[in-house]
Design a protein around this ligand. Structure first.
Ligand code: CAA
Length: 285
């Protein structure tokens, strides 16, 4: 029987972390959400509150269910509070050294049987795992944006991950009402490895003024039946995150398909990060 996690820590309550915390709490799991400071915590709390309020408004949750869901989430600015978690999901920005230092600290705080998982999109789970003294209990669990909506999580095993830990995390994904797929530790795993070359190509088309942003997006939506065009999707993912993912994939594979289109770096530097800052390829209210 797979282990049933009842208390889960989430480190980093940005777009992905807040969504992951909500998904866990929606499925009856107690969550301890940790951010670096009060401002980060307020942002995370705000994400959760507005998402739950939207669900109530759309008749997906009753007021009582919304309250119970929120009561299941505790917030903290101290990683020490994660000593009570059976599994911790790390969702801090895509920076290897940052993630390694979080894992090193978690390793010192959490009991040896606690599973440490990273939501990295493209960094090496193996390199993150060896920052701890328990690499066999480290896995990748990669959610998709918006985490509350998308029906998949990729489970990433390294060459040293204990197969039982992989099975426990696969079972957790299913308990969250999502499908799981499992793969080895290569930049981009399955979905991003296939998706990001396409997204990058769309940016290059736009940058070369080959077609307008609207026409590129409409072509893929209506011509290929995708829910969103590539430029709108990049705005949803976040231009900074997309740049980091492409850059990591390019450095690992030296494949021109993933050499980030120059405009992505310029947009990231200028703060045009997509939906989260109100402007990316498109402008948002
Ligand atoms: N955040 C949270 N929930 C959202 C949301 C958002 N940004 N956008 C929409 N939703 C929710 C809505 O509240 C609604 O929920 P309910 O059904 O519970 O009421 C549901 O999603 C459907 O929304 P809409 O009817 O308004 O909109 P839609 O049908 O156009 O769907 C979408 C919106 C789900 C985002 C859809 O366009 C879609 O699937 N887009 C593609 C998303 C995608 O490819 N994501 C993967 C990105 S890659 C990635 O994440 C990996 C990585 O490492 C970067």
């Amino acid at each position: 029987m797979p282990r049933e996690f009842t208390t889960i820590g989430v480190v980093g309550l940005g777009t992905m972390g807040a969504g992951i915390a909500e998904v866990m709490a929606r499925n009856g799991i107690k969550v301890i959400g940790v951010e670096v400071d009060d401002a980060g915590l307020a942002r995370g709390r705000g994400h959760l509150r507005s998402s739950v309020a939207r669900a109530v408004k759309r008749g997906k949750l009753t007021d009582a269910e919304a309250q119970e869901l929120q009561d299941r989430v505790a917030f903290s600015t101290s990683l020490d509070d994660l000593a009570a978690a059976e599994l911790v999901v790390e969702a801090v920005p895509e920076d290897l050294e940052l993630k390694r230092s979080v894992f090193q600290r978690l390793d010192a705080i959490c009991p040896p049987e606690t599973v440490l998982a990273t939501n990295t999109s493209a960094l090496s789970v193996t390199e993150i795992s060896v920052a701890t003294a328990r690499p066999s209990r480290v896995v990748g669990v990669h959610f998709f944006n918006p985490a509350t909506v998308m029906k998949l999580a990729e489970v990433v095993r390294t060459v040293v991950t204990d197969p039982e830990v992989v099975e426990d995390v696969e079972a957790l994904v299913r308990r969250l009402g999502k499908d799981d797929v499992t793969c080895g530790d290569r930049a981009g795993f399955i979905a991003n490895a296939l998706l990001f070359g396409y997204l990058n190509h769309a940016v290059a088309m736009y940058e070369q003024k080959y077609a307008t942003r609207e026409d590129i997006d409409t072509a893929m939506r209506l011509g290929c039946g995708l829910p969103m065009g590539p430029l709108a999707l990049l705005d949803l993912i976040g231009i900074d995150t997309a740049y980091e993912i492409l850059d990591t994939m390019y450095k690992q594979g030296r494949d021109r398909l993933h050499a980030p289109a120059p405009i992505l770096k310029q947009m990231a530097t200028a703060g045009l990060l997509g939906r989260k800052t109100g402007r990316g390829f498109y402008t948002y209210e």
